[in-house]
Design a protein around this ligand. Structure first.
Ligand SMILES: Cc1cc2nc3c(=O)[nH]c(=O)nc-3n(C[C@H](O)[C@H](O)[C@H](O)COP(=O)(O)O)c2cc1C
Length: 233
């Protein structure tokens, strides 16, 4: 898998997890073979960049390449500024969070709440891609709820805006972390774009990761009972 100038090998990534994937955890995962390890979500609000938490999350000294930093917010200009700020502080890939279902994030119309406003998704992606020289990736869910699975449209919007790779958490926002990841929906999203796509959700054993990586679209043809994580390219 190629993300801008970075070869992601193996095409297996540590997903961003606030409170979990801090620098020592990412360093450990990269040492153990992860092709990519994404930072905890960092806020795009500059008023919060000097808090202890943000300073800690934005410290990438000594971290192996490529350093991928996730930013969260709702305002295109703020996200663009946050992308620039994080690149100045060592980010080599910027990942935009449109997957977080947490109320405190969605209530300010960030994270997965953004999936409800496709025009805003386009503006955010375009502004962030324009703001930095490094590749910008995007993390989404399959949609807002089961009646509004707009992941295919969001993926196409992202690709048109210059997003370099996409991660799809195979659940809707309404599903939170419940139920099984929808690999058939992820397969439809992957089939609709040419940028690399990470499948995310329910990767809890190496065997499941292998099964998903070995699958070919459509994923529901796979023989493994639970598919876990799949990356294309
Ligand atoms: C404790 C925790 C923190 C998380 N924090 C983030 C985050 O900061 N950014 C993000 O995009 N996703 C976050 N996620 C979601 C994960 O990256 C991933 O999409 C999700 O856990 C996949 O589903 P699974 O648990 O079935 O594998 C978090 C998940 C957990 C459990």
């Amino acid at each position: 898998m190629q993300i801008g100038p970075y070869r992601i090998d193996p095409p297996v990534a540590l997903a961003p997890m606030a409170g979990v994937t801090d620098k020592p955890f990412r360093q450990l995962c990269k040492k153990l073979g992860a092709g990519l390890a994404v930072s905890e979500m960092t806020t795009s609000d500059p008023r919060l960049w000097t808090t202890r938490k943000s300073l800690h999350r934005m410290d990438h000294a000594g971290e192996p390449d490529p350093v991928s930093v996730q930013i969260a917010g709702y305002d295109p200009a703020m996200l663009a500024q946050a992308a620039r700020y994080n690149v100045d502080h060592g980010a080599q890939i910027i990942d935009i969070n449109m997957g977080c279902p947490a109320k405190k994030v969605c209530n300010v119309y960030a994270g997965s709440a953004l999936l409800q406003d496709e025009a805003l998704v386009a503006r955010i992606c375009e502004a962030t891609v324009r703001a930095v020289e490094v590749p910008v990736t995007l993390k989404i869910r399959t949609g807002w709820n089961r009646d509004n699975r707009n992941g295919v449209r969001i993926a196409q919007i992202a690709q048109d805006a210059g997003i370099a790779a996409l991660t799809v958490h195979g659940r809707t926002r309404a599903d939170l972390y419940n139920g099984e990841a929808e690999y058939d929906t992820i397969a439809s999203i992957k089939a609709a774009v040419s940028i690399p796509v990470f499948a995310n959700g329910d990767v809890d054993t190496p065997q499941r990761a292998r099964a998903v990586l070995d699958c070919r679209t459509p994923l529901h043809r796979c023989t493994s009972p639970r598919h876990t994580h799949r990356a294309s390219r």
